[in-house]
Design a protein around this ligand. Structure first.
Ligand SMILES: Nc1ncnc2c1ncn2[C@@H]1O[C@H](COP(=O)(O)OP(=O)(O)OP(=O)(O)O)[C@@H](O)[C@H]1O
Ligand SMILES: [Mg+2]
Length: 288
């Protein structure tokens, strides 16, 4: 598909490479009207199959003194996946940052498996609460080997041997990485690099994966590969996944649950495949 450079062409929404008829500002403005009020907590609980494995309640959080998320709540059951979509600047990444401990939390609570983790530092989240945040884009060290990059994911482990064992399990699982373990990571393709970024988080054996825009910058065949890997981690390894995805079609198709975030609050929540069929979502985020 050819992406004509029109003034109203938006990169990132929909399946990519489509011309849409609204500007980013117009999307944000229209999105604010798709639901008059936030979905009730009962609805969020039902979507999570009444398993409050990961629970965010009434969270107000932001950067410095600026509040970005306003009374945000979320529920995701163990082994489920949830995708956040919404206009640029809505606060999607800030939700992930807050779960991992990168924001200022003014009020509200985050708990995992019944444990209050609201105030834990990122290193504690990774080591003690089983939460991993998958950094992307340039987080791979190009001069270091694939294996060295992978082992860095285990830097918090007290025993280096454990990290080594975890790395071996990953190499067994993903031969694409094993084949290149001694080569510098700089030679990896975009898709393989994303696989390395995801795998590095797996060295700590997390229960929850926070993934920000797994498809960004990837060509379609690599996007499918990355979603295939995430599906494997959810379905076969029982990981709970919370992702942000500009490619709303892919993200909602993948995830059990979808939330539409607008101006720091949830305006719609439903099963991922039901949101895909929602005409407002289609118009605003799927390019038609
Ligand atoms: N580290 C930061 N310090 C200060 N403000 C920030 C920081 N990160 C994000 N913001 C602000 O918080 C708001 C929400 O940003 P966020 O990155 O969460 O949006 P987003 O929904 O992920 O958008 P995008 O789709 O563009 O990635 C924006 O106004 C942004 O400028
Ligand atoms: Mg973001």
């Amino acid at each position: 598909m050819v992406n004509k450079p029109t003034a109203k062409s938006i990169q990132g929404y929909g399946a990519g490479g489509v011309d849409v008829v609204m500007s980013v500002d117009e999307v944000a403005h229209a999105a604010a009207h798709i639901s008059a009020k936030a979905p009730p907590i009962k609805k969020l609980e039902t979507l999570a199959k009444n398993d409050d494995f990961l629970q965010i309640d009434d969270l107000c959080a932001g950067y410095g003194k600026m509040e970005i998320l306003h009374h945000f709540s979320l529920r995701v059951g163990r082994g489920q996946s949830l995708c956040l979509i919404g206009p640029n600047g809505a606060g999607k990444s800030t939700v992930l940052h807050s779960i991992f401990g990168f924001t200022n939390i003014f009020s509200g609570k985050i708990s995992i498996d019944g444990r209050d983790v609201t105030k834990l530092k990122p290193s504690e989240k990774l080591l003690h609460a089983g939460i991993a945040y998958i950094l992307q884009d340039k987080s791979v060290f190009p001069q270091m080997s694939v294996e060295e990059n992978l082992l860095m994911g285990g830097f918090l482990k007290q025993r280096p041997k454990e990290a080594k064992r975890a790395a071996e399990r990953i190499f067994d699982r993903y031969t694409r990485l094993a084949d290149r373990r001694h080569q510098p990571a700089g030679v990896l393709s975009g898709g393989e690099r994303r696989l390395l970024e995801i795998s590095r988080a797996l060295v700590m054996s997390p229960k929850v994966l926070l993934v920000d825009e797994p498809s960004i910058g990837l060509e379609p065949r690599f996007i499918d590969m990355v979603f295939g890997i995430l599906e494997d981690l959810q379905k076969n390894e029982g990981k709970t996944i919370i992702m942000v995805e500009q490619n709303a079609k892919k993200g909602l198709d993948f995830a059990d649950i979808g939330y539409v975030l607008v101006s720091g609050a949830t305006s719609l929540a439903d099963k991922g495949n039901r949101l895909l069929k929602n005409p407002d979502v289609g118009r605003l985020f799927l390019g038609g």
